[in-house]
Design a protein around this ligand. Structure first.
Ligand SMILES: CC(C)(COP(=O)(O)OP(=O)(O)OC[C@H]1O[C@@H](n2cnc3c(N)ncnc32)[C@H](O)[C@@H]1OP(=O)(O)O)[C@@H](O)C(=O)NCCC(=O)NCCS
Length: 143
């Protein structure tokens, strides 16, 4: 597995990864910003030249927020999600970021377990955030 910064030419691959895996996929322009916007960044995971996962995040002052983490269905449970989060944390630490936030659907056990394993703890709930009866859990990690 190779983890490297997201590049503009990755956008189509990132859209393919989101398709069917994310309830509210990011638009093409939103994904392109990961490689363009000075307050956003992302990492892609590659296996033999194929993009198998990505993480996108934004940061300002000393705080960051992880927007999306997606791993190709065929490549899950091999540590790619964890490696992407570690790459993001390492990069953000170098930028002087102190803490990273994210929100995750209460019923998304895979993502909740991944974030817990990566050192995130929950600190609040947003009721009905993803629609009626579907709460978001807010998590934070001090880095
Ligand atoms: C969540 C997701 C990114 C995990 O990626 P992954 O590469 O499979 O995760 P990893 O292999 O690094 O797993 C790390 C840990 O996460 C947890 N985990 C991952 N998948 C899980 C699952 N299906 N069920 C329960 N726990 C899971 C486990 O604790 C795992 O550690 P372990 O394998 O030692 O038990 C992937 O399932 C995915 O793309 N889901 C759809 C998109 C999504 O919901 N993204 C998050 C919200 S934006």
């Amino acid at each position: 597995m190779n983890i490297r910064p997201v590049r503009e030419e990755d956008v189509k691959d990132l859209m393919r990864l989101e398709d069917g895996s994310i309830e509210h996929p990011w638009e093409e322009e939103e994904l392109a910003k990961l490689a363009q916007d000075p307050n956003k960044s992302g990492f892609a995971a590659e296996e033999g030249g194929r993009v198998t996962g990505y993480i996108g995040f934004s940061y300002i002052l000393d705080e960051a927020e992880i927007g999306n983490v997606v791993v190709d269905k065929e490549y899950r449970r091999r540590g790619i999600g964890e490696a992407l989060i570690e790459a993001a944390k390492g990069y953000l630490r170098e930028q002087g970021i102190a803490r990273v936030y994210l929100e995750v659907a209460e019923d998304n056990d895979a993502a909740k377990n991944l974030y817990s394993k990566a050192g995130f703890t929950s600190f609040n709930i947003r009721k009905d955030y993803y629609g009626k009866g579907r709460n978001a859990i807010l998590m934070v990690c001090e880095i």
